[in-house]
Ligand binder design. Structure first.
Ligand SMILES: Cc1cc2nc3c(=O)[nH]c(=O)nc-3n(C[C@H](O)[C@H](O)[C@H](O)COP(=O)(O)O)c2cc1C
Length: 348
């Protein structure tokens, strides 16, 4: 079946005949390209560039219980191959979000992945409970990369026990049958320990990765560039870290669905994360410079899969983990130096 896709730009693109459907927990999505939380609000702004219901899903900006104005300005700084942000979870609060944003996504026919964030386990449980019975909700992404106000401001996602407490509470309160994904921070020594704790606590899948903590100092003012002093680093600069995290978690937990993100700018970048083990990907920072990027990346991914002979995206998930092909030389050993090259075991 070949599908004709009409762009609002009147460009016509014939997507290759590749099965793009992907399964995240109990839900099958029509394709594996999503937006990333915080980079496309709830999709309304992107809808003037392309039909947002064409994406696998729209991951909304993390929502908290109450409206929140966020951190001091400036909140963005440029970095080599990326950006630093300290938005501080600005948002309208859950009630306004449900009335306006989720209702719009539902009416638009888009699959909403609602990202929730809290300062305590109880906040997360209340947010999850508010999502019961909401139309248009496809999945919940639990942003545990925020400080726990009840525990010295320590980030939930940096501690396996704190991460597990949040996921357990969300699982108990959330609507039945809606997959719960825990969004992890790469700012930890062993991301697989956090991943395992979340899965043991009931997470149906994992979103990897959130931004990395960074800082920029303006050499003219000789002060931190961000009002919030530190911020989250995102964009192409973090892609190798995202690939590494997805790889490690796929290896540790072979059967857990992964939504991968970090610096995806092209279909090949998306394919790289899929080969590392992601079942689907989110497109974040790239959207600020190229609002059509998610749909372009979907088209490019379909072409890249077809060019490599894949009949479906599922065949490519985690494929980079297969053992290297062993070439057995035919005939007698060549004369001379037959010692294999010494394996480099360490990066340093
Ligand atoms: C401006 C900005 C705001 C973000 N807000 C959120 C957020 O509210 N919740 C969340 O889980 N991640 C948030 N993120 C992280 C992204 O969802 C994503 O995990 C990260 O930026 C890596 O992907 P990217 O390099 O494609 O942007 C934000 C990122 C940026 C750049």
């Amino acid at each position: 079946m070949t599908e004709l896709t009409f762009r609002k730009t009147e460009e016509v693109f014939r997507r290759p005949d590749v099965d793009l459907t992907t399964r995240l927990g109990s839900i099958t999505f029509p394709n594996p390209v999503f937006t990333a939380s915080g980079c496309a609000a709830a999709g309304q702004e992107l809808d003037q560039f392309f039909d947002v219901s064409e994406l696998g899903g729209i991951v909304t900006k993390s929502i908290m219980l109450a409206p929140r104005s966020g951190r001091a300005t400036p909140r963005m700084a440029e970095t080599p191959s990326g950006m630093l942000n300290s938005i501080g979870l600005q948002g309208p609060g859950i009630d306004a979000f449900l009335d306006k944003d989720l209702a719009w996504l539902h009416q638009r026919g888009a699959r909403a992945v609602v990202s929730i964030a809290g300062g305590s386990v109880d906040d997360f449980a209340k947010l999850a409970a508010r999502l019961r019975g909401q139309k248009g909700l496809a999945m919940i992404e639990v942003n545990i990369s925020c400080p726990n106000v009840e525990d010295r401001g320590q980030v939930f996602a940096c501690d396996p026990m704190a991460s597990a407490s949040v996921i357990q509470a969300v699982k108990r309160s959330a609507p039945a049958g809606v997959p719960i994904f825990a969004k992890l921070s790469p700012d930890v020594t062993d991301i697989t320990a956090i991943a395992r704790a979340c899965v043991d606590a009931g997470a149906d899948g994992l979103s990897l990765i959130n931004t990395l903590l960074g800082m920029v100092i303006d050499t003219d003012t000789m002060r931190p560039a961000l009002g919030g002093i530190t911020g989250g680093l995102s964009g192409p600069a973090i892609r190798p870290i995202a690939v590494r995290c997805v790889w490690q978690v796929r290896q540790a937990l072979p059967d857990i669905p992964i939504l991968g993100m970090g610096g995806i700018r092209t279909g090949l970048d998306a394919l790289e994360l899929i080969l590392a083990g992601a079942n689907a990907v989110s497109v974040g920072t790239t959207v600020f410079g190229d609002p059509s990027a998610p749909i372009r990346i979907l088209d490019e991914l379909a072409v890249a899969l077809a060019e490599r002979g894949f009949g479906s995206v599922a065949e490519a998930v985690g494929l980079a983990h297969r053992p290297p092909e062993v070439h057995v030389p035919e005939g007698p050993d060549p004369v001379g130096d037959t010692d294999p090259e010494p394996q480099q075991e360490d990066e340093q």
